[in-house]
Write a protein that binds this ligand. Structure first.
Ligand code: 5GP
Length: 210
């Protein structure tokens, strides 16, 4: 029987290392896809169009929103970020899990539209550690870092909107914990029932056992 894909939303402050953690998690897992977002922000050194983001002009972005091709979107630090709808729908239809790495505003939109989505928040071990990680990245000036820290604090205060939290102190442990959460969610009775009901002789389309 076809496994049903899970819509997994992951948020966390910029610099928390969620991208690294998720890339590690996705490695070698054929049944998971990572959604590539569209954004109007400029590429950082080393970022590739179509791989890290689809880099669009503001006009291109808003056109896609108007055409209904964006599942959710938000403005973050002066730029637009959004999830292309087709990739998500395709993955779920093929029984693959799909991970959206999006900000809190976007996560709340998905939560409302898809109540079955799994929402996970990635936390740094501490505020000071987050500051050090952002400084260490050296891709932004101090004013931008301070702006991102202020946004980070606001985002972390909304952790109660999520179902699970992973504190990213050690990469391997964080990946393992994330993996346990995804598997546990698959076994939630409501999720399990949605794909197994007919196997046990109850629910729509089920045959009596004898
Ligand atoms: P960054 O500029 O550091 O790549 O991303 C900034 C923020 O935008 C991060 O919190 C990231 O999770 C969020 N983000 C990236 N893609 C999307 C998206 O498609 N939708 C929303 N709502 N947020 C996104």
């Amino acid at each position: 029987m076809n496994k049903k894909g899970q819509l997994i939303v992951v948020s966390g402050p910029s610099g928390v290392g969620k991208g690294t953690m998720l890339r590690e998690y996705v490695k070698g897992r054929e049944s998971v896809r990572y959604s590539v977002s569209a954004t109007t922000r400029a590429p950082r050194p080393g970022e590739e169009n179509g791989k890290d983001y689809y880099f669009l002009t503001k006009e291109e972005f808003l056109n896609r929103v108007e055409q209904g091709n964006i599942l959710e979107y938000a403005q973050y630090n002066g730029n637009f970020y959004g999830t292309p709808k087709d990739m998500v729908e395709q993955a779920l239809a093929q029984g693959q899990d799909i991970i959206l790495e999006i900000d809190v505003q976007g996560a709340l939109q998905v939560k409302e539209k898809s109540p079955g989505a799994l929402l996970v928040f990635i936390m740094p071990p501490s505020g000071e550690e987050l500051r050090q990680r952002l400084i260490g990245r050296q891709t932004e000036d101090e004013a931008t870092i301070n702006k991102r820290l202020a946004i980070a604090q606001e985002e972390m205060a909304q952790v109660q909107e999520y179902q699970y939290v992973v504190v990213n102190d050690n990469l391997d442990q964080a990946v393992a914990q994330f993996s346990h959460i995804v598997e546990a969610n698959r076994s939630l009775v409501t999720n399990w029932l949605s794909e197994n009901k007919s196997e046990y002789g109850f629910g729509p389309g089920a045959k009596p056992l004898k």
